[in-house]
Ligand binder design. Structure first.
Ligand code: ISL
Length: 533
């Protein structure tokens, strides 16, 4: 019989630590700041928090460039603060997931500092060094953050590979010593009691052995098909070893960021689950993030994702994260935004899979607009005006309507969304019809009813009529969820007369229990019902 497994059945809340809560008035969020908000996290009802990187870093990529994997960056606090957070969170039944970047380190990491000393350095092979081809880089691979992946090193007259910034040199995962050293770092945190890891770009860690050039789609400097610089089978071998390490500790997990360009690639993501027992515990598929507000498209993505999952695997559901525009800013020109927000969160929290909720989504935070000079993200700096970067979904949490929204006593590192005066946790906490209250109800409902967190999933409306419908069933309990993505009324036939008990709806019903053969669905209605004979 299936038991409660926190990472399968619980709700995971992503915190971008720089932007959550600043306790020491330096304008940047920190670990003591998160501890101060433990009551808030607990009141939401979430089961785990995932922290974007908090390790020592020169912050060229805001922490995704780590120079010491066993220390906390002073901007976030100390190792003791982290231990305290772990303790406080655990005492509330909240698990803690750290971000783990395996693909690359910071150029300031001790290993790279040694590696770059020269060809004979014992750590030379820990990174990827190659000689050029007649004064040109070793191949045509392009870095995700622009330019060639190859950076010339004047000192040793070779190039090193970086899939992202030049301050983020890629490790050589075919080198056994790298694996060993990294696994020790991972053990360090597992021994401390960390519950799991979100693994950054896990599908990029192994490159083509022969470093063959990628085929181009258009022109020499145009787009590439990333055939050889990522998604190599060797990554799976490493992931399998990692799984053994994780499984040697009780109740721990990994969730892999399997990055595929739009429109996403659920089969690729699912391949990192292996049999469901021998690779990652969970993996992200970003297909939904890349879709417009459209019931049929959502349904199509979802079924394709579910069909890809191996028998012992389990899906995740993600609508937002720190790399993508916020969900509500994506959902179509802001029309009927409040209604769509409720439909989206009901979708996230009732369909099958582990939901990942990005901080601020629970109060409907929106993207911020930045002028060119305000852009901090290296990606935005490089590609503006074609792409403004990722800052816009990383603005400080909107706690209240006081100066700096209760986030900090000083000017925050990144501008607040000016709408914080009206939209913040404080106003929503006292409003039973707010999006925050809606999230709390959904999470509580999800926890209370087994079908909603561990039941099977059976589609009964595929979105072509503008609404999605599915049954979640566990043992004898059967719950029907109807989500209307549109501004028009719908009708849903139950097939035969059934007894309905209303669990949660965005509309006021006259009776909580009734018999009917057909449901009338209001515009943007969310309807969660228990169906009995
Ligand atoms: O953010 C992107 C474009 O919107 C992606 O290309 C992103 O680089 C990709 O999802 C990988 O992301 C992860 O690794 C990066 C880091 O900058 C991201 O924040 C992280 O989520 C490099 O470590």
């Amino acid at each position: 019989k299936q038991e409660w497994v926190w990472w399968k059945h619980g709700v995971i809340y992503q915190i971008y630590p720089r932007s959550f809560n600043d306790s020491n008035s330096d304008g940047v969020g920190d670990l003591p700041g998160i501890i101060k908000k433990i009551d808030y996290l607990s009141s939401l009802g979430i089961d785990a928090i995932w922290l974007s990187p908090i390790y020592t870093s020169p912050m060229h990529d805001f922490g995704y460039d780590i120079s010491n994997y066993r220390e906390i960056d002073p901007v976030f606090g100390t190792l003791n603060d982290f231990k305290k957070l772990l303790k406080v969170a655990h005492s509330r039944g909240i698990h803690v997931i750290m971000d783990m970047v395996l693909n690359h380190t910071s150029h300031l990491h001790q290993w790279f500092q040694e590696s770059r000393l020269g060809l004979n350095n014992p750590k030379r092979d820990w990174y990827i060094w190659r000689s050029g081809r007649n004064g040109h880089p070793p191949n045509n691979w392009k870095a995700a953050f622009g330019g060639s992946v190859w950076e010339w090193d004047e000192n040793s007259h070779q190039y090193y590979l970086h899939s992202f910034l030049k301050e983020q040199p890629d490790l050589n995962w075919r080198n056994k010593e790298v694996q060993k050293a990294f696994f020790e770092d991972i053990r360090f945190w597992l021994d401390m009691g960390v519950d799991g890891f979100r693994l950054d770009v896990i599908n990029w860690i192994a490159k083509d052995k022969d470093f063959r050039s990628n085929p181009c789609i258009i022109g020499i400097n145009g787009l590439q098909r990333h055939l050889f610089d990522r998604n190599r089978s060797h990554s799976h071998k490493i992931v399998k070893k990692l799984r053994k390490l994780i499984d040697s500790y009780p109740n721990r997990m990994t969730v892999g960021e399997v990055f595929a360009l739009p429109p996403g690639n659920p089969e690729l993501s699912a391949s990192y689950l292996g049999t469901g027992k021998d690779q990652l515990n969970l993996a992200f598929d970003f297909s939904l993030i890349y879709r417009w507000w459209n019931a049929a498209q959502y349904h199509r993505c979802l079924t394709r994702w579910y069909e890809s999952i191996p028998p012992n695997g389990w899906p995740t559901i993600v609508l937002s994260n720190h790399d993508m525009p916020r969900a509500l800013s994506r959902f179509g020109m802001g029309r009927n935004r409040d209604e769509k927000a409720k439909v989206a969160s009901a979708f996230l929290l009732t369909t099958k899979g582990t939901p990942f909720l990005y901080y601020g989504e629970e109060i409907g935070m929106l993207n911020i607009k930045l002028a060119r000079g305000q852009i901090l993200d290296p990606l935005g700096k490089r590609f503006y005006p074609f792409y403004a970067g990722r800052d816009r979904s990383r603005s400080p949490m909107q706690w209240d309507n006081s100066k700096n929204s209760g986030f900090s006593k000083t000017k925050p590192w990144m501008p607040l969304n000016p709408n914080f005066k009206k939209n913040n946790v404080k106003v929503q906490e006292t409003d039973s019809s707010s999006l925050l209250s809606w999230h709390k109800s959904l999470i509580a409902l999800r926890k209370k009813h087994k079908p909603l967190h561990r039941g099977t999933w059976l589609s009964v409306a595929d979105g072509t009529n503008g609404y999605i419908g599915f049954y979640r069933t566990f043992e004898t309990e059967k719950i029907l969820v109807i989500l209307n993505f549109t501004a028009s009324k719908k009708k849903y036939s139950l097939g035969k007369e059934s007894k309905i008990k209303l669990l949660l709806s965005s509309r006021i019903y006259e009776k909580q229990e009734f018999r009917t053969t057909e449901l009338c669905i209001d515009p943007y209605e969310v309807c969660i019902l228990m169906v009995t004979k």
